[in-house]
Design a protein around this ligand. Structure first.
Ligand code: M6R
Length: 614
């Protein structure tokens, strides 16, 4: 939610800010703005409703000179998307400008007090309260900017990553974080700021991930200084980011989403690399070796996650229960954190998150830790908050995912959960050697199977045209494919704005069947597994009511193929691996329907990639 960029150094700042915002646009895209101190020492704020490209156009006739600046791309929380509510926000005197990612929960109280003291506000945002408070403290107490920021932060309740510029000091940016991500890039006589490392990696691979309650004093010509709110100097760890530019560009694809769908065979290989040894028929996860005792002691596993990651968690439940014989509960992180759940030290909590920054999942992690559970993270974004807050974990290593609709992260999460279940099941002795070997060797064939599925792209693109009329879709699956049905429905609704629901196929007769008529497309995942006959009966029930069936069947199926309206063949694999193959045609289906409907696939309305607010 919201992307933050900043720069101070010798280069012209505007192009760096714009490029950085474009890289972070997946985080929010309803308005954008920049604040720069120009060569004459003026602090200019330019902002507009719309995308970063609109901001660029808006600035065409403006003075964009200067070597220090901050910029923001917004996902609205308080105040509608508009130029006025766009960041940066000025203080009343216009001496200070701020950008902010997060939510200030007590902003209304603070605003009331400031207004009562005569401070004039321009916007409806919670962010403006921070900058007004900083200026209020600065002028009333006659203190420097850092002190004013420190004092202001102690009054805020909520989450923030902020960057502050003061026109009276063009050599300094002050930045701070609490529960919202902030990365500082350290170059040669220059510094960069970003909500993640993507705006920075083009210039330097040396970064500092700010911790909660850290304040960075970024001063031209000096070393980075980090303090806490009491002004104690801290020693931040300088890390090296291993990310190349090609990974965050479209590489010839029309959308990031399509690129990311196509990357999945390679992503899976990266995810398994160094962890699966085919010759030795072995799965090694370093976290399972290092924390064997804690993991083997688990009496229960609780998986916490949101959205697509929650769907991966539902598959993880089936894998862990069947291979490790440990009971597993899967919880929406947002519910778990507020319902006073029973958690104790015999629980292992697995937090799944692509971004590693989802506010609800992060809060669930901290709740679990506070109650003594051992917490294991399954994340993609290296160095993000969840991997840093958990006791241990495994990265999925699928590379940056930029399309708002999650695709390769889902298959990466399922793969890591499977490797975890295999490694743990072997340690516990709950899986036979034969079962273990069979799954390991079959898992290694999945990238090739994915490649064969990607060849269906043109056919699915054609087929999609038939279904753009629909305003509702039903997705059905059973067992491991029930979460795949949920995920297929989520993909469709978030990018095409068609209402879609996923159901366990057998539940259809308990309600959803009433919806079926000739206008209702039903996607049925029906591979040749144990449930085949049952799912076949469901298809017959749909056809008897004139529903349109799009069936995912195993190659060579000659029964369902005869009754379904459209058939997509998927390669045969083990049941526990079916989600890895079945999800690909569903991602392509959602993608092509959305493209046919002319939707903005990578930046669907109202959504953001990283949900760092509740
Ligand atoms: O970064 P996370 O995995 O924690 O994100 C969770 C959800 O916000 C995310 O999966 C969301 O549902 C996606 N837009 C789904 O495509």
């Amino acid at each position: 939610m919201c992307g933050i960029v900043g720069y101070i150094g010798k280069r012209q700042v505007f192009p760096i800010l714009i490029k950085g915002l474009k890289r972070l646009e997946y985080r929010g895209y309803d308005s954008a703005g920049v604040a720069m101190i120009n060569d004459n020492g003026d602090l200019s704020v330019y902002k507009t409703k719309g995308k970063v490209a609109d901001l660029e156009r808006f600035c065409e006739d403006k003075d964009i000179s200067g070597t220090v600046g901050i910029a923001h791309t917004r996902w609205a929380t308080h105040g509608e998307p508009s130029s006025v509510n766009a960041h940066p926000h000025y203080s009343e005197s216009k001496n200070i400008a701020i950008i902010h990612n997060g939510i200030i929960e007590n902003y209304a109280d603070l605003k009331k007090k400031l207004v009562a003291d005569g401070v004039k506000f321009r916007s409806d945002t919670d962010t403006e309260v921070i900058v007004q408070l900083i200026e209020y403290i600065q002028t009333r107490k006659n203190v420097d900017l850092l002190t004013a920021v420190r004092f202001a932060l102690t009054q805020l309740i909520g989450a923030y990553a902020i960057a502050v510029l003061d026109k009276r000091d063009k050599d300094q940016i002050i930045a701070a974080r609490k529960q919202s991500p902030l990365v500082i890039g350290i170059g040669e006589d220059e510094f960069f700021l970003g909500s993640d490392a993507t705006p920075i990696i083009e210039y330097t691979d040396k970064v500092v991930y700010l911790d909660d309650d850290n304040i960075a004093v970024i001063r031209r010509g000096e070393d980075l200084k980090v303090v806490n709110t009491l002004n104690d100097t801290l020693n931040p760890e300088i890390c090296t980011v291993d990310l190349d530019l090609g990974q965050i560009e479209k590489g010839g694809f029309p959308h990031f989403m399509l690129k990311e769908i196509f990357e999945q065979p390679e992503c899976l290989e990266n995810c398994m690399r160094g962890r699966i040894n085919v010759e030795a028929n072995n799965v090694t996860l370093s976290a399972v070796i290092d924390y064997r005792r804690q993991l083997l002691a688990a009496k229960r596993v609780i998986i916490v996650a949101c959205g697509t990651s929650w769907h991966a968690g539902l598959i993880g439940k089936q894998l862990i229960e069947s291979l490790c014989r440990i009971p597993v509960e899967v919880e929406y992180a947002s519910e778990f954190r507020y319902r006073n759940p029973v958690i104790d030290s015999s629980d292992v909590v697995i937090a799944i998150s692509q971004s590693g920054e989802t506010a609800d999942t992060l809060a669930a992690v901290n709740l679990a830790k506070d109650n003594g559970a051992f917490v294991y993270g399954v994340c993609n974004a290296i160095g993000s908050s969840i991997p840093r807050d958990t006791d241990t974990g495994s990265y999925i290593h699928v590379g940056p995912e930029i399309g708002v609709a999650s695709t390769k992260a889902f298959t990466g999460q399922v793969t890591v959960l499977l490797m975890l279940a295999l490694a743990l099941g072997k340690e516990k002795g709950t899986i036979t050697n034969e079962q273990y070997s069979k799954i390991v060797s079959e898992l290694c064939t999945v990238p090739e199977k994915m490649k064969s599925l990607l060849k269906l792209n043109d056919r699915i693109s054609e087929l999609s045209k038939t279904f753009t009329y629909a305003s509702n879709f039903l997705y059905l699956g059973r067992g491991y494919n029930y979460p795949v049905a949920l995920e297929g429905a989520l993909k469709l609704k978030e990018i095409s704005y068609i209402h879609a629901e996923g159901y366990p196929a057998a539940e259809m007769k308990h309600g959803p069947i009433a919806l079926i008529d000739s206008d209702m497309p039903v996607v049925v995942i029906a591979p040749h597994d144990e449930m085949y006959q049952k799912v076949l009966s469901n298809i017959q029930e749909i056809k008897a009511r004139k529903g349109k069936v799009i069936a995912l069947v195993s190659k060579g199926d000659d029964t369902i193929s005869k009754i379904a309206d459209e058939v997509i063949e998927i390669p045969q694999t083990l049941e526990c691996l079916e989600p890895l193959v079945a999800s690909i045609p569903l991602q392509l289906l959602a993608y092509h329907i959305a493209v046919c409907k002319g939707k903005n696939v990578d930046q669907p309305r109202n959504l953001a990639k990283s949900v760092t607010v509740e």
